[in-house]
Design a protein around this ligand. Sequence first.
Ligand code: NAD
Length: 292
Amino acid sequence: MQILDGKKVSQEIKDSLREKIKESNRLQKRVPHLAAILIGNNGASETYVASKIRNCEEVGFKSSLVRFENDVLEPDLVSAIEQLNNDENVDGILVQLPLPKHINEEKIINLINPEKDVDGFHPISTGKLVQGLPTFIPATPFGIMMMLKHYQVETSGKHAVVIGRSNIVGRPISILLNQNTNPGNCTVTVCHSRTQNLAAYCRQADIIVAALGIPGFLKADMVKEGAVVIDVGITRVEDPSKKSGFAIKGDVDFEQVAPKCSYISPVPGGVGLMTIAGLLQNTYQAWLQQVR
Ligand code: NAD
């Protein structure tokens, strides 16, 4: 069994980006600039945004954070996005989800200039992804694909089972694994909350991507010998032994499942870190397109 080490792979990607930025600094070019919009004070969202900003700094990107209170009015959010769309010095814009209930998430995402849509959530980005055209791939599926590529995991002709069909993870990774690319060329089954006999599908899978958000959901008896297991889940579970008061749990019962796998990604230390690498890559791509 080999661990798909998100820490190691994401660090390599970041090191390579840092080198490229050093070179543009030498040429006195402006550096990539990611702008994040954060609304309210949801603990998990705060942590994610802080980590994105910290990682931007680590590779030499510029970042800015636009913050709003939870009761922000939609027009104020709209004008903040329009301002960032029109700012020639901003390459990537991300709006940290989830948004407060009174804000129309779809409307807000649709406002982001697709050329700056580094989260890849805009319908234009999604449409291009479906057609296999170059675009911003949502950071988590992008990170998973980079991880599979790094470890040269054989995917062609394999049966992949994706658990979850969200727009940010399940659906895009099912499309990517199915495309005629390497990694790719899988036969993909997408399971979801209404799937009957989910365990039977999983037992047939060469590759399982667990992205449903139920800690420890995937058990050893649902996994065949030699399977590749990618754990996307991130759930905060109360843990008084931790300083923060919580532990981060994945969707896979790692202890039980790992011995049966050829490859498995841990939580933490797996897909979460690759997601950051995916976002940085997208921001770098957006910048390349703007400064060219
Ligand atoms: P979501 O809630 O939008 O979607 C969950 C999906 O799981 C749905 O499609 C639903 O049909 C399916 N599902 C729910 N219960 C199920 C069940 N019992 N059996 C089968 N399918 C079921 O969630 P999401 O945004 O896709 O996130 C999924 C998980 O991945 C969460 O834990 C989230 O925190 C995590 N996540 C991690 C990263 C990362 O960087 N590692 C990024 C995004 C999301």
